[in-house]
Design a binder for this molecule. Structure first.
Ligand code: ZN
Length: 344
């Protein structure tokens, strides 16, 4: 029996050395140390031996069992390390791989042009101010020389806000011009401000009309401000935005809160002024402007015989449409990423 044990031990150690994965090791354990394993079977036969032989054989059997268990433990430890190393390999980060591109947003074309417009005027000493979108009728119309019965109100139909006071007293501003009055009520001349903001119109939308868009209002008031100042400042702006070689054209136009009023156009930057699909006749209208009406000045307590000024209103999308050749104003607010992604 002792020979048998020695033979089992030798074979077992050889088999274990040959087991090359966890499955084979487990099969080995079952084959030798399991309930029906070869060593266990021998141990069960101990009882049948003559009592004198039992201690020696028992001791030998125990030695073999301990030896096999130690060999198994060592083997399992090796397997555990191999498994750990494999797991570490699998999780290893390859720092040489290119990174994942984060999904970055970009500036909306309206915002981009708005910033350019404001930067251009800031460089000429204009401060930026802001005013409310929801406005009193007084600021939107009356203080701008557009009384209730004035036909010019038809040019600026808007959305009215229900209020406890007189109906129609509160509305969504139709232009940023109310801020001329709001600014002048707060400060004394000299005034030089630009006021960006969203404006609203009750309007059927089409390729050239939206019910909501951005304007930049401009206002300069001081002693001896003349039409020459208006032309100088706005020409400088146009050349900054559309190129140094732009020609400018001022023609009479009508806005109730200026006198005289002008419509400003620039020579087309696409055809150089000879006429093309963008401009038609070589000129692109870019804004309305004029000398602040004496009634508006008097309304805020500025003496029109001492002070004068000019004001202008720029449609921000209008500038973007010209600059980028966009053919439908509705694209600005349609949230179509294919459109927006073009403005890198
Ligand atoms: Zn042209």
């Amino acid at each position: 029996m002792i020979d048998q044990l020695a033979e089992i031990k030798a074979r077992a150690l050889k088999d274990l050395a040959a087991a090359d994965d966890a499955e084979a090791t487990e099969a080995w354990r079952v084959a030798y140390l399991g309930k029906k394993g070869q060593l266990t079977t021998v141990l069960r036969q101990l009882g049948a031996l003559p009592p004198a032989e039992r201690p020696l054989v028992g001791q030998k059997a125990n030695e073999v069992k301990v030896a096999l268990e130690l060999a198994l433990a060592a083997r399992l430890e090796v397997e555990r390390r191999v498994a750990l190393r494999r797991a570490a390999e699998a999780e290893r980060v390859d720092v040489t791989l290119p990174g994942r591109q984060p999904s970055l947003g970009q500036v909306h074309p309206t915002t981009r042009v708005l910033k350019e417009v404001l930067d251009s005027f800031a460089a000429m000493g204009f401060q930026v101010a802001e005013g409310p979108d929801v406005e009193w009728d007084y600021y939107n119309f009356e203080a701008l020389n557009i009384p209730k019965d004035h036909p010019a109100r038809d040019m600026w139909d808007t959305f009215y806000v229900q209020s406890k006071g007189r109906p129609g007293e509160i509305l969504l501003r139709t232009h940023t011009s109310p801020n001329q009055v709001r600014v002048m009520e707060k400060v004394r001349p000299p005034v030089r401000v630009v006021v960006p903001g969203r404006v609203y119109r009750y309007e059927a939308t089409d390729a050239t009309h939206e019910s909501e868009f951005f304007q930049v209002e401009g206002l300069a008031v001081d002693k001896n401000v003349t039409m020459a100042d208006l032309k100088g400042v706005l020409s400088a702006f146009a050349r900054e935005m559309f190129g140094a070689e732009r020609k400018v054209r001022f023609r009479c136009d009508y806005f109730p809160f200026v006198e005289p009023g002008v419509e400003m156009a620039i020579s087309c930057f696409q055809c150089g002024g000879v006429g093309c699909r963008l401009c038609g006749n070589g000129w692109l209208e870019i804004m309305g402007a004029g000398m602040v009406h004496p009634k508006v000045l008097a309304g805020v307590g500025y003496d029109p015989s001492v002070y004068s000024g000019f004001a202008f209103g720029i449609g921000v999308e209008r500038i973007a449409i010209l600059k980028y050749g966009i053919d439908d104003i509705r694209l600005f607010y349609a949230n179509d990423l294919r459109f927006l992604r073009q403005f890198k």
